[in-house]
Design a protein around this ligand. Structure first.
Ligand SMILES: [Zn+2]
Length: 411
């Protein structure tokens, strides 16, 4: 597969090995579960955040770590997702999410249901199954900001229509049909495997890009295909890859990750127990270990320091520090920067934060990577976790970057 307009650095991409089966958690999801127990911090009413029930503890203890069972009432991991998706409803109370105010309007209810579907641990519940949940499922992927960053849907020209092949075998638009739409969407359906990281979809006439991995959900896949599917799946770094393999198989997209974040997770026999389910048994094919997780089979591996380009509209900027292979994606026409976990907004203030507690490399390296962003023309900062930022202009963005740098250069 050729990347249109790709820089010569892509010539170093290596051919992918055959796909491997990946270990998966068995997940039960429900919108209303009799096992769900309300956190006492919730206000009374229909919506509530649950907490771990005794049945969950028993089921978890009865299974090995290699076959986790995630119940519908698993404990909140405080990933912020519900708080930025439905800030009118959810708050952080005693270190975890809780319903602070029941939805007071249809808009607030819709946002609360979007948060319910996106919660990576299925910790959000309603007293009864909500009748409008299917309607909300259809909304994903969500346009990022209909007021400030509208999804552009220009009327295609005759030449565009002729260039778009009609698929006779599928009712949907596949990625090879090249959508004329141009915009940024939130995928929702966050995955616990990436600690609730946000995944985005960029639609583009030359092929859509899925940025990091949402929880694999067939319904979401259907909806993404209606927007043209995805030609590429760009992985900002190793932490947020979640269900990348399933998405690649479903959407037939080429995955991109920096070689510094290529991982093979090996399970050694000494870590296994007799309780391991047969289908997850080690030593498949006679080897002493098996590859269960990782990114070794990603199709496109970036080498060196870049930058790299996808066509003329996307630039990939190597920003090591959080991980060796952290890369930001700059969507130039809409002045958007997808930062992964390199930098994000602090929840406690309007300032930026490097979240060094999670960094795999030195502070100085991560700070040097921040300096690179001073030269990047963006006004939207879309992080892997937490709140997005819309700066007034590039000067305001640079002021925020300089302020962040000052925190690490004056001490
Ligand atoms: Zn990370």
């Amino acid at each position: 597969m050729a990347l249109p307009g790709a820089a010569t650095s892509f010539a170093t991409l290596t051919a992918p090995p055959p796909p491997r089966r990946r270990r998966r958690a068995v997940t039960f999801r429900a919108t209303a579960s009799p096992k769900a127990q309300r956190r006492p911090q919730n206000v009374p009413g229909e919506f509530f955040v649950g907490e771990q029930s005794l049945s969950h503890v028993i089921s978890s203890l009865s299974l090995s770590l290699s076959a986790p069972v995630v119940c519908a009432d698993q404990r909140c991991i405080d990933c912020q997702t519900c708080r930025w998706m439905a800030p009118e409803v959810f708050r952080r109370v005693d270190g975890k999410a809780a319903v602070a105010t029941q939805p007071g309007s249809q808009e607030e209810r819709t946002k609360a249901l979007q948060a319910l579907l996106s919660c990576p641990t299925s910790s959000i519940h309603t007293n009864k199954p909500p009748k409008d949940i299917l309607q909300v499922q259809h909304m994903f992927p969500l346009p990022l900001d209909e007021d400030l960053l509208p999804v552009r849907m220009p009327i295609p020209s005759i030449a565009d229509i002729i260039a778009m092949p009609v698929c006779l075998f599928h009712p949907c638009l596949h990625s090879h049909h090249q959508t004329p739409f141009q915009g940024v969407y939130l995928c929702g359906y966050h995955s616990e495997h990436s600690f609730g990281a946000t995944s985005y979809l960029v639609t583009h006439p030359q092929g859509n890009i899925l940025i990091d991995s949402p929880r694999y959900t067939p319904k979401l896949a259907d909806n993404i295909e209606r927007l043209g599917g995805a030609r590429y799946m760009f992985l900002t770094h190793i932490d947020d890859v979640a269900d990348h393999r399933k998405w690649a198989e479903r959407l037939k997209c080429g995955r991109i990750i920096h070689s510094g974040d290529v991982r093979i997770t090996l399970l050694y026999p000494s870590l296994l127990t007799a309780k391991l389910p047969k289908e997850l048994s080690i030593g498949r094919g006679g080897s002493s270990f098996t590859v269960e997780e990782g990114t070794a089979d990603v199709e496109w591996k970036l080498h060196g320091n870049g930058p790299w380009n996808i066509g003329t509209d996307f630039e990939l900027i190597h920003t090591p520090g959080h991980t060796p292979g952290s890369v930001c994606l700059h969507y130039k026409p809409l002045k958007v920067l997808f930062t992964g976990d390199h930098v994000a907004k602090s929840e406690e203030s309007d300032g930026l934060n490097l979240f060094l507690i999670y960094s795999k490399q030195s502070v100085s390296l991560q700070v040097d990577s921040i300096r690179k962003l001073l030269d990047v023309n963006f006004e939207w900062l879309l992080p892997g976790h937490g709140y997005r930022i819309k700066y007034k202009d590039v000067q305001a963005k640079n002021a925020a970057m300089e302020s962040l740098l000052a925190n690490y250069t004056t001490s």
